[in-house]
Design a protein around this ligand. Structure first.
Ligand code: GLU
Length: 175
């Protein structure tokens, strides 16, 4: 069973996320990753995603070289159910535009039909996981809501979740 952690505050998010993931190591996992929001010029922002197969300590070492300031992020330890343990299959998974990141615990039972539907609408998948459909579904809802002038991520996640069959937990962030 995997672990999910999220942080927003004043401290460096990567430290808090790694600490949270370490506390959940006892649950078992095969890979770990984080998505971090980084502020850019003139109010812009982007998401950096860092993932590794193996122990959280390996992810922690990689993050020691990460020098961006980020105070908001999500993290995950994965126990693979769909797709082998690999960097590409490790969470977080992102939307086509890289602006929405998702971590997921559990199984999306109807992922195959959702994936086919999303590919048919032009989405490009980068992993073998059931999880990635969530990032693309949220992307569609969120873009539509932005165009309508609302841009409500929570509502977009609720709309996407209504399409999912299965038992799961999710954390989602947008830049
Ligand atoms: N089904 C997802 C995957 O295989 C999540 C597994 C988990 O709960 O860690 O990536």
């Amino acid at each position: 069973m995997c672990g999910i952690v999220g942080f927003t505050g004043k401290d460096q998010a990567q430290k808090m996320l790694v600490e949270g993931l370490k506390r959940m190591e006892y649950r078992g996992y095969d890979s770990a990753g984080v998505a971090l929001e980084v502020a850019g010029a003139a109010g812009s922002a982007h998401l950096d995603v860092i993932r590794r197969v193996g122990k959280v300590a390996g992810l922690e070492s990689e993050l020691e070289g990460y020098k961006e300031l980020s105070t908001c992020g999500i993290g995950h330890t994965r126990w693979a159910t769909h797709g082998r343990p690999s960097t590409a299959n490790a969470h977080p998974h992102v939307s086509c535009d890289g602006r929405i990141a998702v971590v997921h615990n559990g199984i999306v039972e109807n992922f195959a039909e959702l994936r086919e539907e999303l590919v048919g609408r032009g989405h490009v998948f980068k992993s073998e996981t059931d999880t990635e459909v969530v990032a693309h579904l949220v992307e569609e809802s969120y873009h539509r809501m932005l165009a309508e002038g609302t841009g409500d991520l929570r509502a977009a996640v609720a709309e996407a979740a209504a399409r999912l069959v299965g038992a799961y937990g999710l954390a989602v962030m947008a830049d």
